[in-house]
Design a binder for this molecule. Structure first.
Ligand code: SF4
Length: 384
């Protein structure tokens, strides 16, 4: 499918990872190599790329190209420069932060133009579903119960996308379902494609090949790593990752979520709730839990503190229980091994207690046997 004619270079340049964006550069005579991008003559491109990556990774993602040069080619090329810098950091957390911020920027752009340039917003979404998700987004424009639903998705496609978002409003029971289609609004369609865009950008960065990176970009990558670690460090993260935790004792589902957090993966709402309620209920302080969550690409300390306080019952007085294994299984987050079966676990919290009890019993058995052996050999107890 070619890009719909309603989309001009301005709109396509908001999706700089698509082949159509490369086409814009060729048409406008900007077929530059990575080495050429770093040359002095292309200083404005370089500055835009550096601003973009900083805004994405250590800022709030509010990237704007400098005033007066907001051309489609500059938007695309700044993405190319930013992607090369991110690649050169060799830092998974930075890759994920950048990809998520870029995906959110696209989401915001579509939301912003949805009322004034409705046809363009629809065309961009249709293109994204086709290219990024390999799914068909159907036009619906149907009013149901006084609400306009611009799109519909095949039931199976909706489930594939929505299961990673755990807010209750995304559950199928809370959706309009008719003849095998789920009806969705424009903002829903925009949110549903976000995570896939982030994954595509991550893949795009990982697949970038550079024979010899320009020294200037290598230097920028080093600075970015330093500045990122300063920011993460000021939140008290990274260096104290293992503070007050003994993940060895945690059940497999929790260990798996911690490993994902450590690798910079963005967890779903339910996964965050599971992890937070588990750590709160085993007695970790909110500050220690915030340090763990600061590895998240979309970490926001204020929001995290607020949500943790809510789960801990600091607001409203009700402390949330850790979800049961049945619930965790139904959300696809159970990764049980034989230890869960051996301990007959029904809730992750019970895992730690039962495991400790099991170990104590094993130790007692072992000590009793050893004592028996020593007595049999006549070794005096006070010599041991
Ligand atoms: S059985 Fe329970 S504790 Fe074990 S991995 Fe699954 S959800 Fe976690």
């Amino acid at each position: 499918m070619g890009s719909p004619s309603v989309l001009g270079d301005n709109e396509i340049s908001e999706l700089p990872f698509l082949p159509e964006a490369a086409g814009i550069l060729t048409r406008r005579g900007y077929a530059l190599t990575i080495e050429e991008l770093a040359e002095e003559a292309n200083r404005n491109i370089l500055i835009s790329g550096i601003s973009r990556v900083k805004a994405d990774v250590i800022g709030d993602g509010g990237f704007q190209v400098p005033q007066g040069v907001q051309s489609p080619e500059l938007r695309i090329l700044s993405f190319v420069v930013a992607s090369v810098i991110v690649k050169l950091t060799k830092n998974n957390l930075i890759v994920k932060k950048f990809a998520l911020a870029e995906a959110k920027r696209i989401e915001n752009f579509i939301r912003t133009i949805a009322s004034s340039q409705r046809d363009s917003a629809v065309a961009l979404l249709t293109l994204l579903y086709d290219r990024v998700l390999k799914m068909r987004l159907y036009r619906a424009d149907r009013i149901i119960g006084s609400q306009l639903f611009e799109f519909k998705l095949r039931f199976q496609d909706y489930l594939t996308l929505a299961t990673t978002i755990n807010a209750p409003s995304w559950r199928l029971v809370n959706r309009v379902l008719d003849s095998g289609f789920v009806y969705i609004k424009m903002e829903n369609a925009t949110r549903l494609v976000r995570d896939a865009i982030a994954r595509l950008i991550e893949d795009h960065i990982r697949s970038l090949k550079m024979v010899k990176a320009p020294q200037l970009l290598v230097e920028e990558a080093k600075k970015l790593v330093e500045e990122t670690s300063e920011i993460v460090g000021s939140r008290g993260a990274a260096r104290s990752w293992s503070v007050a935790t003994n993940p060895e004792e945690y059940p497999p589902c929790i260990r798996s979520l911690l490993a994902k957090l450590e690798s910079g993966e963005n967890l779903s709402h339910f996964a965050r709730f599971l992890l937070a309620s588990f750590l709160i209920n085993i007695g970790l302080s909110l500050d220690d839990i915030i340090r763990l969550f600061s590895r998240s690409p979309d970490f926001d300390e204020r929001i995290t503190r607020y949500q943790l306080g809510h789960i801990a019952g600091e607001r409203g007085g009700k402390r949330y229980l850790t979800p049961s294994c049945t619930k965790i299984m139904s959300m696809g987050l159970c990764v049980k091994d034989e230890s869960c079966d051996d301990l007959k676990i029904k809730n992750p919290i019970a895992y730690i207690h039962r495991r400790r009890k099991h170990r104590r019993e094993e130790k007692t058995k072992h000590d009793t046997k050893a004592k028996g052996r020593r007595k049999g050999k006549g070794v005096p107890e006070d010599e041991i």
